[in-house]
Design a protein around this ligand. Structure first.
Ligand SMILES: NC(=O)c1ccc[n+]([C@@H]2O[C@H](COP(=O)([O-])OP(=O)(O)OC[C@H]3O[C@@H](n4cnc5c(N)ncnc54)[C@H](O)[C@@H]3O)[C@@H](O)[C@H]2O)c1
Length: 321
């Protein structure tokens, strides 16, 4: 395999931490430069650098000095946080992407990964098995920025031949890093609450079914998409991607099979409106056909694995203290 030089932007986030580890395993620790706007105090990570994606000069200089061949641009303001500060979300999500695309073209970076989201869909999108090509019309600033971002990626591919690839991640569930202010964060918070106090007050309604994915599947999908030959990529906006779909009531029931005393109540807030506008399930047949995508985890296997890993983490913390 050719010696790739990888730049990860937003590497301290929920996806960034795990994707960086996977990329280091694949390409070698010395070939992956992990960056974030904030400093990595907890990491003894030697390759870590501070980089604000909005600082185009510093970004460009780093790509040049490190001979970067692939960029993974994960920096973003997510859906729930974005609604509290729409201008900031638009600026980071849009200008951050445009800086990335420009620099990639200028410096002949070979491949770019930039994730889109199910947030591109809106109340007029089909709710069940939402197709790849359909009405989007998002109503959050996050969704608008992802929708516009997808078209920018397609534009840079068509106009400049840039090999930029993207997926519409569903809500991602993981235990290694905290979620970053999205509407689907409840599906992580619920595990911590279940283990700590056997009780969770959910900010979505009991039947708010949403498309979700366990992080190992999201990392596999990302690596798979980035490794496939470019002739196989027929979609240069962003691929629909599906893992599982469940409601708060259904995940609570699955947790109760392991923690029978666990109880949940519901106090919906502004995030219910965002969730209510999104599809409940996603048709990802293009990702399956073009690059052989297939998820491994379902609700039951994900819940079992999450609880197992979170128990191990809390036991290690108790032993340390
Ligand atoms: N987590 C999910 O469920 C989910 C779902 C769909 C799409 N996505 C997309 O995946 C990407 C990563 O999401 P995540 O969940 O890891 O988000 P996160 O909020 O956990 O992490 C984002 C990271 O970007 C960094 N960042 C913010 N502004 C920056 C800037 N100006 N310059 C450099 N870094 C900056 C933050 O410090 C943070 O570490 C985003 O594009 C997000 O929209 C995530």
């Amino acid at each position: 395999m050719k010696n790739e030089r990888i730049l990860v932007i937003g590497a301290l986030g929920q996806i960034g931490r795990e994707l960086t580890m996977a990329l280091k395993k694949l390409h070698g620790v010395e070939n992956v430069i992990a960056t974030d706007r904030v400093d990595s105090q907890a990491d003894e990570d030697t390759g870590f650098r501070v980089l604000d994606v909005l600082d185009k000069a510093a970004f460009s200089a780093l790509v040049k000095s490190e001979g970067i061949t692939q960029i993974y641009m994960l920096a973003a303001i997510l859906s729930a946080t974005g609604e509290k500060n729409p201008q900031l979300a638009w600026n980071v999500n849009m200008q951050g992407l445009l800086n990335t695309l420009d620099i990639a073209v200028e410096q002949k970076v070979e491949k770019v990964f930039w994730p889109s989201s199910i947030g591109v869909f809106g109340p007029l999108s089909p709710k069940i098995n939402c197709p790849q090509f359909t009405v989007t019309e998002p109503e959050t600033v996050y969704g608008i920025s992802k929708c516009a971002g997808e078209y920018w990626c397609n534009y840079y591919h068509k106009k400049y031949g840039l090999d930029v690839r993207s997926v519409r991640y569903p809500g991602l569930i993981s235990y290694k890093a905290k979620p970053g202010g999205g509407t689907t964060d409840y599906a992580i918070d619920i595990f911590h609450a279940a283990i700590k106090e056997a009780f969770y007050n959910c900010y979505l309604e009991a039947d708010a079914t949403l498309p979700m994915m366990y992080m190992p599947d999201a990392i596999n999908a990302t690596l798979k998409l980035m490794q496939v030959t470019k002739e196989k990529i027929t979609i240069r906006t962003a691929y629909n991607l599906s893992g599982m779909s469940f409601s708060p009531a259904q995940i609570a029931k699955a947790i109760q099979q392991h923690i029978p005393e666990f109880k949940i109540c519901y106090t919906p807030d502004f995030r219910q409106e965002i969730a209510g506008a999104w599809p409940q399930s996603i048709d990802d047949s293009y990702a399956k056909a073009d690059w052989g995508w297939s998820p491994e985890y379902n609700l039951q296997t994900m819940v079992k694995d999450m609880l197992h890993n979170l128990h191990n983490i809390s036991e290690t913390e108790v032993q340390k203290n």
